[in-house]
Design a protein around this ligand. Structure first.
Ligand code: SR1
Ligand code: MG
Length: 420
């Protein structure tokens, strides 16, 4: 693994001296660097994250470590991944303005960047576990996915610009390899780093015997590896979303790569569904039904807003080499049917990717707190089982659930099912 020889991991102690003279930091934080209040708050799986506060304000400093933080130095991971996260943030800011944090400073050799401190935003996953509602959540995420999918593709970009960007991102070889194994492959066999709730074993064993399912997932992996339709966020789970009651922001595109348009949408919806299935462990009887109904509305809004925004961009920003107006509108032909067909294909793939994300978060290495924090493992397994089985259905027959009422009906049906 190549490591820049100048690279040194930051610490709370060294940060003032190392970043105190960086104008983009000093002018926003204010005061003497030695007096800055600094907290390391990285609770993700990979990186160092510091909140730096002074007399004028706060910034966030994120730095890649040369290994996977959640596992340790036994799993080396190149620090160059931070460069791609920075490139992704810059592109997202252009393609979906106002959603990603603004970046103030990038230091390539140190694999770090300094960005906007989002306050009083908190991580969406925690809000969903706590039973909080966020206005326009589904709409904002659906719109974000549509804008980044469309504007990062050759529906919008010129062929040379897109090809050059795919070339640039193809240098990020370590990160896709993690998604390929942890998301697509490990859940479906007894991979070394896997773990699951012991009581879930009968469901897991059955799932892993489903050869048709494994083949379908591998086909989706093939599409994921071979398809460079657009620049993805790549890890759009509810820990990559921060919100207040009324504002939604998307952070952490450290798994960004070029891939299929449906991927981010599917991942986001999977995380809403996992929040939905885990609720019986987090809510009291009297609030459970209404809160679960709200999560289903979020899912509905997410898909609907994706479609609406994508159609709007199709009409107004179709400037790339794909489906050019010269072939359709300028010949007096509508391109609406082509858009409908593409959206249907994206919906089906999104449902299947959604099912895969629902599996990996309870079967592979990196689990989610929605289920993981349920201390009663019998209850946890029961709720995870509903989630696993719905995921399987979505992968096996997405066509049956492309209608949103059918999808919501499926979630409600599994939510009632006594599997374990
Ligand atoms: C080793 S990294 C494990 C997972 O954490 C991130 O959130 C990604 O989802 C990745 O797959
Ligand atoms: Mg992350």
């Amino acid at each position: 693994m190549e490591i820049d020889l100048d690279y040194r991991a930051l610490s709370v102690e060294s940060l003032p001296q190392r970043l105190g003279k960086v104008e983009a930091v000093a002018s926003r934080v204010g005061g003497e660097p030695a007096t800055w209040a600094i907290r390391e708050v990285g609770d993700g799986n990979l990186n160092l994250v510091f909140i730096v506060s002074g007399s004028l304000g706060s910034v966030v400093v994120k730095q890649a470590l040369p290994y996977v933080r959640m596992v340790g130095e036994s799993w080396p991971l190149p620090t160059y991944r931070a460069h791609f996260e920075y490139y992704a943030l810059v592109r997202q800011a252009k393609r979906a303005p106002g959603i990603a944090p603004e970046v103030y400073h990038f230091d390539k050799p140190q694999a770090l960047f300094v960005m906007e401190y989002l306050h009083p935003h908190t991580i969406l996953r925690r809000k969903l576990i706590n039973g909080e509602r966020v206005a326009q959540l589904g709409e904002t995420i659906g719109q974000f996915c549509a804008r980044t999918a469309f504007r990062g593709s050759e529906l919008s970009l010129s062929s040379p610009e897109k090809k050059a960007d795919v070339g640039l991102f193809s240098g990020n070889v370590a990160i896709p390899a993690i998604t390929e194994s942890l998301v697509f492959t490990d859940p479906y066999y007894g991979a070394e780093m896997n773990h699951h709730t012991p009581e879930l074993s009968p469901v897991v064993d059955e799932l892993r015997r489903n050869t048709r399912l494994k083949a379908k997932v591998q086909r989706l992996l093939m599409k994921f590896t071979a398809n460079t339709e657009t620049m993805l966020h790549g890890d759009l789970h509810s820990g990559s979303i921060m919100a207040t009651d009324t504002e939604v922001r998307v952070i952490d595109p450290e798994f960004s790569q070029y891939g299929p348009m449906a991927f981010d949408l599917g991942m986001a919806v999977a995380n809403f569904l996992m929040a939905y299935f885990s609720q019986p462990a987090h809510r009291s009887e009297d609030e459970l039904e209404a809160y679960q109904a709200w999560i289903l509305e979020v899912i509905n809004a997410c898909f609907s807003s994706f479609d609406e925004e994508f159609r709007h961009l199709w009409q107004t920003e179709r400037t790339g080499i794909l489906f050019p107006k010269a072939l359709f509108e300028e010949q007096g032909n509508s391109a609406d049917d082509a858009c409908d067909a593409l959206l249907e294909e994206i919906r089906l793939d999104a449902l299947a990717y959604c099912g895969i994300e629902m599996h990996r978060r309870v079967l592979s290495l990196a689990h989610n707190a929605d289920f993981e924090e349920i201390e009663n493992t019998a209850l946890r397994a029961k709720l995870e089982a509903r989630n696993v089985l719905m995921g399987q259905t979505l992968i096996m027959e997405p066509e049956a659930y492309s209608d949103l009422a059918a999808l919501v009906g499926l979630a409600r049906a599994y939510n009632q099912q006594e599997v374990l």
